[in-house]
Each structure stands twice: as structure tokens, then as C-alpha cells.
Ligand binder design. Sequence first.
Ligand code: AP5
Ligand code: MG
Length: 187
Amino acid sequence: MRIVFIGPPGVGKGTQCERLAAHLSVPHLSTGDMLRSSRDANVLDPKIAATINDGRLAPDRLVTEMVIERTNRPDCADGYLLDGYPRTVTQAIWWDEHLSGDSMTLDAVFHLDADREILIERLLKRSKQQGRVDDVRETIERRLAVYDERTDPVLDYYRGRSNLRTIQADQTADEVFEALVDCLKPR
Ligand code: AP5
Ligand code: MG
């Protein structure tokens, strides 16, 4: 199963991917987690570290190379869940080119959606628990604006091309998970 998760900050991509990865026995690959761990290990270009801390996007090429390297590892042979990639139309085009070069396709694209107030509330709550540097109000607003400008068009790109499903993520995490599992049932 190769599945892409798209959705605004705080919508629950990480929460749901973690659960679905266990359910499907495939790895959960979060580009945000990968970038943060490179930053924390001081192996990320400081300019790019500052970019992600500010809620702006890392360069398409760097992120794509990171994902290709990761998905080429043996544990991804049966598939993976991509959390937060592709996040621009360029990334989506490059990812399609990469997959078709290996005669592969995506099984599903899950779009998680919820109202802005809910997202902001969840992220401000998380900031108290985890202290992610981009979980401050000003940066949250910027991440949401970047999502609208750069990532929302990716949904149009996938519409008609892939099996795109929108799931309302303002329900409980259990309800969202049930909806995702339901989407994967053969019809
Ligand atoms: P990334 O780490 O992907 O951040 P994000 O997209 O802003 O999303 P979050 O991780 O904040 O939210 P989430 O949707 O995973 O929600 P979560 O499950 O945690 O990216 C960070 C940065 O890295 C980007 O800004 C960019 O700079 C860079 N980057 C990453 N990918 C890139 C790419 N492809 N190209 C370029 N740059 C890239 O849930 C949020 C909170 O809500 C949690 O506390 C959770 O417990 C809670 N929660 C979850 N679900 C529910 C529910 N149903 N009900 C109540 N609470 C819930
Ligand atoms: Mg996340």
C-alpha cells in the first residue's frame, strides 16, 4: 500500500499515519519528522533549518531526494504512508515521475480536512505539551497560509489522477481512523 496524506497543519496526519502504519504494517514516513531530526542532529543547512522553523517550505529537490532515499530502503518494499509529502505541485509531479519510472502507482491519496479554529486550537494545545518551535500563533498562521498557497493546489493535481478521498478530521481520532480504514476496504 502506497498512500499519501495531505492536510493542513494540525489536522491529524501524524496521528492517523501512526495508527494506520501499525494497522497495515508499513512504515510511516513524515518529511516534517525527517527534517526536524536532521535539524536537531545539526546536519541540515542552517538556512533550511531557519526556513522550517519559520513555517516556510524546505526546497522541493532536497525533500524529494530525502523521500526517494527513504522509500528505497527494504522496509518500504510493501509500501509506506507519506505524511506531508508531496506538499507542492512540483513535488507531486516529481513523485509521479519517480513512481512511474519504477512502474509503481499510488493506492490512495487521503485529504484530511478541518476548520481553521480547530487546527489552531489543537496546535496551541500541542505547543504546551511538545514545544515544537513552529507551534506559536504567528508561525501557525504562516503555515496555514503556505498550505493554502502551495499545498491546496496539490489536491487539484490529484483530482482525477489518483484515488483522492477527503475525510473530515474534526471528529475524534477514533472516528477519523475508522473512516480511513473504511476507505481502504475493497468495494
Ligand atoms: P510537518 O511536520 O508535516 O507539519 P504540519 O504539516 O504543519 O503538520 P503537523 O505535524 O503540525 O500536524 P499533523 O497534521 O501531523 O497533526 P498531528 O497528528 O500532529 O512539517 C513541518 C515543516 O517541515 C513544514 O512547515 C515545512 O517547513 C517542512 N516540510 C515538511 N514536509 C515538507 C515538504 N514536503 N516540502 C517542504 N517542506 C516540508 O495532530 C496535531 C495535534 O492535534 C496533536 O496534538 C494531536 O494529538 C491532536 N489531534 C490529532 N487528531 C485529533 C483529533 N481527531 N481530535 C483531537 N485532537 C487531535
Ligand atoms: Mg505531523
